[in-house]
Design a protein around this ligand. Structure first.
Ligand SMILES: [Zn+2]
Length: 74
């Protein structure tokens, strides 16, 4: 008497299934940084984001934001 196990008894089918699972899941997925904007845009000057300074204007007027005058306020 022999048991006929047709369910999941084929090693090749099992291997194929494992390969499919491995291919479906990438090994490492770097998560994109969540939205971590430090300064609320609405709370201050939209030009300097409330810092009062403009990084790319440091050669002119010591980087003071010309829009808010360095106060960082709107
Ligand atoms: Zn500003």
């Amino acid at each position: 008497m022999s048991e006929s196990i047709e369910h999941e008894s084929d090693p090749q089918a099992l291997l194929l299934r494992l390969c499919e699972m491995a291919a479906a899941v990438p090994p490492e997925t770097p998560k994109p940084a969540p939205d971590l904007s430090p300064a609320p845009v609405d709370a201050g000057c939209p030009r300097c984001f409330g810092t009062g300074r403009l990084h790319h204007y440091r050669h002119r007027a010591a980087g003071l934001c010309f829009r808010c005058g360095g106060s960082g306020l709107r």
